[in-house]
Write a protein that binds this ligand. Sequence first.
Ligand code: NDP
Length: 457
Amino acid sequence: MSKYIDRVLKDVKQKNANEPEFLQAVEEVFTTLAPVVDAHPEYEAEAILERIVEPERTIIFRVPWVDDKGVVRVNRGYRVQFNSAIGPYKGGLRFDPTVNLSVLKFLGFEQIFKNSLTTLPMGGGKGGSDFNPKQSPHTPGQRCSDREVMRFCQSFMTELFRHIGPNTDVPAGDMNVGGREIGYLFGQYKRLRNEWSGVLTGKALSYGGSLIRPEATGYGAVYFAENMLATKKDNFKGKICAVSGSGNVASFAAQKLIALGAKVVTLSDRSGSIYVEKGLSQKDLEAIMELKNVARGELSDIAAKIKGAKFFAKARPWQLADKLDCAFPCACQNELDGKDAAYLLKHGCTVVTEGANMPSTPEAVAAFVKAKILYAPGKASNAGGVATSGLEMSQNSEHLSWTAEDVDNKLRGIMKAIHDNAAAAAAKYGHKGNYVMGANIAGFTKVADAMLAQGVC
Ligand code: NDP
């Protein structure tokens, strides 16, 4: 490792000792940058690494709201505005009890490089709250009602609105923030500002959303994997795929995989995993999407209704199939560890494509890189979501709506460009086929050069 990287990493560890997810993300990126930092002494001279690890601004705020029983509840809200060198801050909002500053700084840091890879002018940011829409504060085992979610979102936006704007910071959805939440957040923003603007993406079609935005992250991950397979003159026909999660990213990745002739044998959620040896059908998948998005239930509720499905309570999906070709981790960070990676490699897996952010632990990443399989890190392979958010922003500013075909074609083109850029950067620095090095170097270089051009700021 270069002395410069070593020094900055030590300093980051000392300053952020209680932020393990953030440190994991920084270490993962920095340990791949030695060739580019060595070739560009100006990055050290201008303290690019020291500056890129420090958010430009972090906002932490109180979110008071009233539940259905009339009790006042208080959550903590955040927005980490990490880097605006190449465009307005852009990144999702996550509502989950696991949300804290470390998680949001890791996600915001990743977002800088992901957004840079999309080729669109978007900086990096992330936000959210420790609010849990899946657990009512007053009735154990029940979810928050729609009205409670609405009141929470309105209070959250009542503070956030003063920090964001279509040319400043454009949030989107992430875990537990889908169409319902974006609608409530947008309504409150519009009311407070007295203006309609494209300040959030992931909106419904009736008020400025883009076709294909809900599908984009999952479809994009599959398109990225298709590009990797094409380098081996291969495709998805007949491939056995394990997918984790059953939310937005997982369900649309599974939908596209089935459409391309693959066999999707697993899905999961916090209740456990389902395994279907013959593969899920599109009809099974529709029933699962209805369960997760409308009834807001758990996979354990539906497993018995899917023909041939076995349910494994609290289990992850990686070690259920005796043989498989591809894995798509699409649930959450650190959901695939070194033991899972060893199992996957031993049982035939040669393609791992991350739909989630940082789902593989450092041990798992090292195993995939060492085995030289086709391994796509999330910042490259799940960039289709934010890229399509960028397309939503363009449609909003031009007051236009593109067709689904237009957007899907643009998404395919962007995923191919991200794949090719990452592959080219890896080859240029002597690591052909290493998409981790390639994605980090390509994403970093563009932002670093923009920061150099803008002086010390
Ligand atoms: P959703 O909330 O729609 O779905 C998340 C899924 O993961 C759910 O099935 C959830 O289970 C499961 N899950 C979450 N935490 C755990 C856990 N600790 N153990 C087991 N299962 C878990 O989120 P998304 O699909 O939007 O996001 C998934 C991942 O993709 C995240 O890492 C996100 O940052 C990333 N991502 C999302 C993008 C997007 O456009 N939505 C864009 C780029 C990345 P349950 O239903 O039980 O809660």
